[in-house]
Design a protein. Structure first.
Length: 247
């Protein structure tokens, strides 16, 4: 194995399942020292049992004090992978103020806290790399019934560009990944919750030009590249991995 991330210390949020889990495993397989965090302790225990080299920590990334305490327990961080997210279904008419606040709290504030408390370590070592999970449903493309989700994911793209611009002289890179529809436990839950799950599944697949869903591993493979020194000349860029949705 190439060990493209050998000895890099990487923090992964939402590592209990889906894209976060696949990415934590991919980073570990490439030789990184991975700190996997999630609000769900049970999924973290399962991850650690299957991959003992991955250090796990229950963490609510929307909790400022918890994130601050966690960051203080780390000496250095080479890569921060922000994957926490929540998908709200509906238009603006279906989005109450509580839905708006919850979505921004989970999708944006978590990223704000994690970055704010970890980036000083990167500044101190004059080297760092931040990778944020956005979505094709963002400023890249408007999708039906993704009003507040798309708004938060568009904010992540702006967040990414700002971090990249502000800290480029500190040798800190920041990029975003914008997946299309990916087959994750979260997606499965949304399909099951639909009025007609069979039709919902068909509709999700039909809107993908490749006529299939993406996999967490495919997103994780892109994350490995962005976390590695191979992408050292890339910053402030949103990388679509969407099976052609943005064409």
């Amino acid at each position: 194995m190439s060990k493209r991330l050998e000895n890099k210390k990487i923090v992964v949020t939402a590592a209990g399942q889906g894209i976060g889990r696949a990415t934590a495993i991919a980073f570990n397989n490439e030789g990184a020292n991975v700190y996997a965090t999630d609000i769900n302790e049970d999924t973290l225990k399962k991850l650690n049992k299957e991959h003992p080299n991955i250090k796990v920590k229950k963490l609510d990334s929307t909790n400022k004090i918890a994130v601050k305490d966690f960051s203080e327990s780390l000496d250095t961080v080479d890569v921060l992978f922000n994957a926490v997210g929540f998908v709200h279904h509906g238009t603006i008419l279906d989005c109450e103020e509580k839905d708006w606040d919850f979505s921004f709290n989970v999708n944006i504030k978590s990223m704000y806290f994690m970055t704010k408390f970890i980036i000083p370590k990167m500044i101190k070592q004059n080297k760092g790399n931040i990778i944020n999970i956005s979505s094709i449903a963002s400023s890249l493309r408007g999708l039906p019934n993704r009003f507040v989700y798309g708004t938060t994911k568009a904010a992540i793209i702006g967040f990414t560009k700002s971090i990249a611009s502000d800290f480029i002289k500190n040798n800190i890179r920041c990029n975003a990944i914008a997946p299309g529809t990916v087959h994750t436990p979260s997606w499965e839950e949304r399909v099951k919750a639909a009025k007609d799950p069979i039709q919902a599944k068909k509709d999700f697949i039909a809107r993908q030009p490749m006529r299939r869903l993406g996999t967490p591993k495919e997103v994780a493979d892109l994350a490995v590249y962005l976390a590695s020194d191979e992408s050292d000349f890339i910053t402030g860029v949103t990388h679509a991995i969407d099976g052609g949705m943005s064409i």
